[in-house]
Design a binder for this molecule. Structure first.
Ligand code: 1HN
Length: 374
């Protein structure tokens, strides 16, 4: 028999009948029949604005990299475990490997000559490279070089494997919508071939996807269908860097093209339709020039950032951190966020990914710019 409800489950915030044997019996009846009256829970179910269970939280790259390197020495990679990926676990998300309620973020590590086996899953994914080179990710048989500053999206249900063709280990970060897929119980997974062909294990400078798609403003006329995920498998740092520099240069020439003074940003986009690269994940690179700061912003949905370069300070809700290259942090839903570039650094480059497309799709997205009202 379930025990009778304690007085703490009784409503405290609305006019309620006096306690009585009949009322106690009513609550016992609810519990026995697996019912919960709204009036005891409405505050949690329907807060006035998002109250994230995630914490504003920071991970230092130095420790991420040290621990990943040690995992590289001690833990083999192969079939079953699939990837040597070590996830950021937000401490207030129940001990799960979740950076935010919707987003997985991990450091992945591959030793020289190692292969991560082929598989596919419905979760959407990307890789972003802070430093190093030597790994190729092979997506549907197309070998894609990974090097510093490159962004490599990979829509769900594409076969993929990774191989390190160099003589040094390499680390990168992975972002996926794993927590979202888990909560919504929408996952499928399939293992692929044990070994790739010699051609697939090659190390071309450019993937086939780039040769077809990486020409700004030019669409192959044979490819007329819009695609929900981007067919372009690598967005190279040389292009991202130039786009950001040109925004700041245009601003200096008097053209209002930045987000705010000294804050340039680009969004990685799907060349078939101009939308986000992945249906559930938005990815951007932000550059804040020396001495400048972003406008305070809070929005529905959560983000994960990695400092790509430079130094500065970031404020997330009540937390404030000095950050440097590689550091990663989480901005929970509806918590105000500001970033500022230190005076000694030429710029602060921040890679950002967020779950914004999910909220846009269900018309639940809101953003507030400028200092938050109470
Ligand atoms: C995965 O396939 C990768 O392909 C990275 O690199 C992280 C986390 C969970 C499940 C599959 C990858 C992953 C993953």
């Amino acid at each position: 028999m379930p025990s009778s409800p304690t007085i703490t489950t009784m409503p405290t915030h609305a006019a309620q009948p006096d306690d009585s044997p009949a009322l106690q019996a009513l609550y016992r009846g609810f519990e026995q029949e697996r019912l919960i009256p709204l009036w005891t829970q409405i505050g949690d179910l329907m807060p006035m604005h998002p109250q994230s269970k995630a914490s504003a939280c920071l991970w230092r790259w130095k420790r991420l990299n040290e621990l990943a390197a040690e995992a590289g020495r001690l833990v083999p990679v192969g079939r079953g475990g699939e990837r040597r990926a070590i996830a950021l676990a937000n401490p207030t998300l129940g001990g799960r490997p979740y950076a935010t309620p919707t987003l997985w973020a991990a450091i992945q590590y591959l030793m020289p000559g190692e292969n991560a086996p082929e598989h596919r899953h419905t979760q959407h994914a990307f890789r972003f490279v802070l430093e190093g080179e030597g790994v190729w990710t092979v997506v549907n048989g197309d070998a894609v070089r990974m090097s510093r500053g490159d962004f490599l999206p990979q829509g769900g249900w594409n076969w993929h494997a990774h191989h390190n063709a160099a003589t040094r280990p390499m680390a990168w970060i992975d972002g996926l919508d794993i927590p979202f897929a888990y909560t919504t119980e929408s996952q499928f997974f399939e293992m692929g071939r044990a070994t790739l062909s010699a051609d697939e294990m090659g190390t071309p400078q450019l993937s086939r996807s780039e040769r077809l798609w990486a020409h700004p403003g030019l669409r192959p006329v044979s490819q007329t269908n819009d695609s929900a995920t981007t067919p372009l498998l690598a967005y190279r740092w040389v292009d991202t860097d130039r786009a950001l520099n040109e925004q700041l240069a245009l601003e200096a020439e008097g053209h209002a093209v930045t987000l705010s003074p000294g804050h340039a940003a680009v969004r990685y986009s799907n060349p078939t339709n101009g939308r986000d690269v992945l249906p559930t994940v938005r990815c951007e690179m932000h550059r804040i020039r020396s001495g400048a700061a972003s406008v305070e912003r809070r929005e529905v949905g959560s983000s994960v950032y990695q400092v790509f370069d430079g130094q500065g300070s970031v404020q997330v809700g009540a937390e404030r951190w000095q950050v440097e290259k590689g550091d990663m942090f989480v901005v929970p839903s509806w918590q105000p966020f500001t970033a500022r570039c230190g005076a000694d650094a030429p710029a602060l480059d921040l890679f950002r990914f967020s779950d914004t497309p999910i909220f846009e799709a269900v018309h639940a997205y809101r953003v507030q710019l400028g200092a938050a009202q109470a």
